[in-house]
Design a binder for this molecule. Structure first.
Ligand SMILES: O=C(O)CCC(=O)C(=O)O
Ligand SMILES: [Fe+2]
Length: 426
């Protein structure tokens, strides 16, 4: 039997449609993102660069898990423009977050998009308390300008032990002695910090450490880093990035131990500033420049690299002034300082500081330490670099500033997020 082969019943394939010429649609806008994928505490910044071949208005949208976090109208132009947005890692929760960034046209059509994988690190009791305070305050998750108005500085639940009443501070120090964390000599220096706003430790550095630090400064001067000219009051920024000896000081265990005890949380370095001669800086509180929320969780550490000579433009501190009100931009209705124009800052902030000091009539203490001595100041302590009466005398010193991990660190004067190096200590 021959099998009957049947013809397939399906219809013959339709003829291919004639190709329609496809018009290449050129993208109308472009977007790129720059951010750190490293664990970050506090504010997490995303830099957004955008442009469009033709000038146009667009909407910038940030979202996470399809929830819109931020929306802003922006003007795009053929020139690339970079702006930043920062996220409160406290409000995102611990771990990695995919943040979608989109540019939309006026009809909501997608023009360009990108994703930033950021890593919020919120460790420890302080981070927890700060998260609760930000939540109570209703702080926004995303900000495009930093400032004290975002936070509840009156929230007593986040006040550090040294800024509480005298009995609470004394009890805190007594408990540290009791459990063997500090001895009575250290208790005395912490009491000094509480009462006067600074503490001093002599001979913290040994001769070898001092020699290595001085060699680093000499090298920086010889190379003319940052255009440094011998004899000037100019400061050199972040020499710890270049010189291992300075990095060692920046992370010095004897210093960070004291800071950890002050903060009751790990100290994280922010920056280092090296002075060869006196700074001649006006009296100021660091608060408005290196600003923690909650208040108190930032310290400056001043290390003498040589014996400080009279008339060299010594550091002066105003004991007890850490109890003065804190001055933020918001306090004096000051816009952010941009492009190095400090005129309004001088008019509003420096004037206010002077007024407060005059009213208090406190005598400045001129600081003439021996090489290797370290002074730690409270974030709000008034201090200055005095006038250099003898211009030939150097005053080699390094100042490092530290935030406590778990806080929000920012620079109120410029309204930008602050640096907090989380893992530098290892
Ligand atoms: O060293 C000085 O004269 C002042 C430095 C200072 O005020 C600072 O770094 O915060
Ligand atoms: Fe300062």
């Amino acid at each position: 039997m021959r099998a009957l082969l049947r013809a397939p019943t399906s219809p013959a394939p339709a003829p291919e449609p004639a190709p329609v010429p496809v018009e290449e649609v050129a993208p109308r806008a472009f977007l790129s993102l720059d951010y750190s994928g490293e664990p970050t505490a506090g504010l997490i910044r995303i830099f957004i660069t955008a442009f469009a071949p033709e000038p146009m208005l667009a909407t910038l949208v940030l979202s996470a898990r399809d929830q819109t976090l931020h929306k802003a109208d922006i003007a795009l132009a053929p020139q690339k423009q970079t702006r930043w947005l920062a996220l409160h890692g406290h409000l995102l929760g611990d771990g990695v977050h995919e943040i979608r960034v989109e540019l939309l046209d006026s009809e909501g059509g997608l023009l360009a998009q990108g994703v930033a994988s950021i890593f919020a690190r919120n460790r420890g009791a302080l981070a927890q308390r700060v998260t609760e305070s930000l939540t109570r305050q209703g702080a926004p998750i995303v900000i495009d300008q930093c400032g004290s108005e975002l936070y509840d500085y009156a929230d007593r639940q986040v006040t550090p032990w040294f800024d509480r009443d005298a009995e609470a501070a004394a009890a805190h120090i007594a408990a540290l002695v009791q459990d063997g964390t500090i001895d009575s000599a250290e208790a005395a220096i912490f009491e000094h910090f509480v009462d006067h706003g600074f503490l001093v430790v002599e001979d913290l550095l040994g001769p070898d450490e001092l020699e290595a630090l001085n060699l680093a400064v000499e090298d920086a001067v010889a190379k003319g880093l940052e255009g440094y000219e011998w004899g000037s009051s100019q400061r050199l920024h972040n020499l710890h990035e270049r010189y291992p000896a300075v990095r060692k000081l920046w992370l010095h265990p004897k210093v960070t131990r004291l800071l950890d005890l002050i903060f009751d949380a790990p100290a994280r370095p922010c920056q280092s500033l090296t002075y060869v001669f006196g700074s001649q800086q006006d009296h100021h509180q660091d608060t408005i420049h290196l600003t923690p929320f909650p208040a108190g969780y930032m310290c400056g550490v001043w290390t003498a690299l040589e014996d400080v000579q009279p008339s060299s433009g010594e550091l002066v501190v105003y004991p007890g002034t850490h109890r003065l009100p804190r001055i933020y931009r918001q306090t004096v209705d000051l816009p952010p300082v941009v492009d190095g124009d400090w005129t309004s800052f001088g008019d509003k902030v420096v004037t206010r500081w002077k007024q407060m000091l005059d009213d208090l009539a406190v005598a400045p203490q001129v600081y003439q330490p021996k090489a290797g001595t370290v002074l730690i100041w409270h974030e709000n302590l008034m201090h200055a670099g005095s006038v250099r009466e003898d211009l030939t005398k150097s005053r080699k010193s390094i100042v490092c500033h530290y935030f406590a991990e778990g806080v929000v660190g920012y620079y109120d004067s410029s309204a930008t997020p602050g640096a907090m190096h989380l893992d530098a200590r290892g």
